[in-house]
Design a protein around this ligand. Structure first.
Ligand code: SAM
Length: 289
């Protein structure tokens, strides 16, 4: 059964009395080659377990099951579970769970998979909750090998932006802290049912095996990044003066210039390494050093 065929998708949904649920971001892929491309590009090791968030009716799940040792699929919509039991019946390497990824204890869910080998994530993400899901995966501290997601094209541009460019923001710097993000391909809205309002793009994040940076305090690092982008139009010094009001503008100016930046630089010019260096300086200042 071709789960990307528009007629088949509509027939399956109707047979189960289901409609596409907007509140769950249900835009299903209708182009087989796109599904194959995501599955082909999400992981380099066929012995891996793949966590798929939001299998829908199982189009990508099938392709993942054909390529990798095991697939753990987590779907929030209870109505899709009987559908998936049917469409995935012939695969014995798929574990299906009904639940909200934001409420799921991923460490517990994936403990056996991590005990057996590598784990990667692959998902055509629901757009309403893309960033929270990505942040949950990254902040979980779980040693995922890679995370490949289909997201809105403009989000993909932000995730993969170079420092100094207009798309570069707090999420780019935070993502760069955890891994290296690469844009894979663009997929136009017409390849989904129902079609979303915007185009999409695939992004693959390879998590650092050994993180190239070790800030003295992660908390201060993330606070520095957040403060730097909270008021984008302001200079870095002014933005940090609001975000670290306990330090005072003079000390912050000194910290920024001591890191080799002009006092009127804006936050979007700094790459991850430069944010780490600056956050260490701010850490010292707070410690009274
Ligand atoms: N994988 C299918 C495809 O590519 O055609 C469906 C992708 S659709 C964009 C997003 C899927 O995520 C839907 O099946 C939706 O029900 C599910 N979903 C939405 N929010 C979720 C959540 N918080 N946890 C788990 N699944 C979720």
């Amino acid at each position: 059964m071709n789960l990307c065929d528009l007629g088949t998708i509509k027939q399956i949904m109707a047979a189960h009395g289901l409609t596409f649920r907007k509140e769950f971001g249900q835009n299903f892929l209708t182009r087989r080659t796109v599904v194959e491309d995501i599955a082909d590009n999400c992981c380099d090791d066929e012995n891996s377990t793949i966590l798929e968030i939001g299998p829908g009716i199982g189009a990508l799940t099938q392709e993942l099951a054909l390529r990798f040792r095991r697939v753990i699929a987590l779907e929030i919509d209870r109505g899709l579970i009987p559908v998936l039991h049917g469409t995935l019946a012939e695969y014995d390497n798929i574990e299906l769970h009904n639940g909200d990824v934001m409420e799921t204890d991923l460490a517990e869910l994936l403990a056996p998979a991590f005990a057996e080998g590598k784990v990667s994530v692959c998902a055509n993400l629901p757009y309403y909750i893309t960033t929270p899901i990505l942040m949950k995966l990254l902040e979980s501290g779980l040693p995922f090998d890679s995370i490949t997601v289909m997201v809105q094209a403009e989000v993909a541009a932000r995730l993969t932006a170079a420092a100094g460019s207009g798309d570069y923001g707090a999420i780019t710097a935070v993502l760069g802290y955890y891994g290296r993000a690469e844009r894979l391909f663009t997929v136009s809205a017409g390849n989904f049912v129902p079609p979303p309002k915007v185009n999409s793009a695939g992004v693959r994040i390879d998590l650092w095996k050994e993180r190239p940076w070790q800030p003295w305090s992660e908390e201060i690092f993330f606070r520095t990044v957040k403060a730097a982008f909270e008021q984008r139009r302001k200079t870095l010094v002014n933005a940090l003066s609001s975000g670290f009001s306990e330090l005072g503008k003079e000390a912050i100016t000194e910290a920024v210039t001591a890191c080799g930046h002009r006092p009127d630089i804006r936050g979007e010019k700094l790459d991850v390494a430069q944010f780490v260096a600056l956050s260490d300086r701010l850490y010292d200042l707070r410690a009274g050093k």
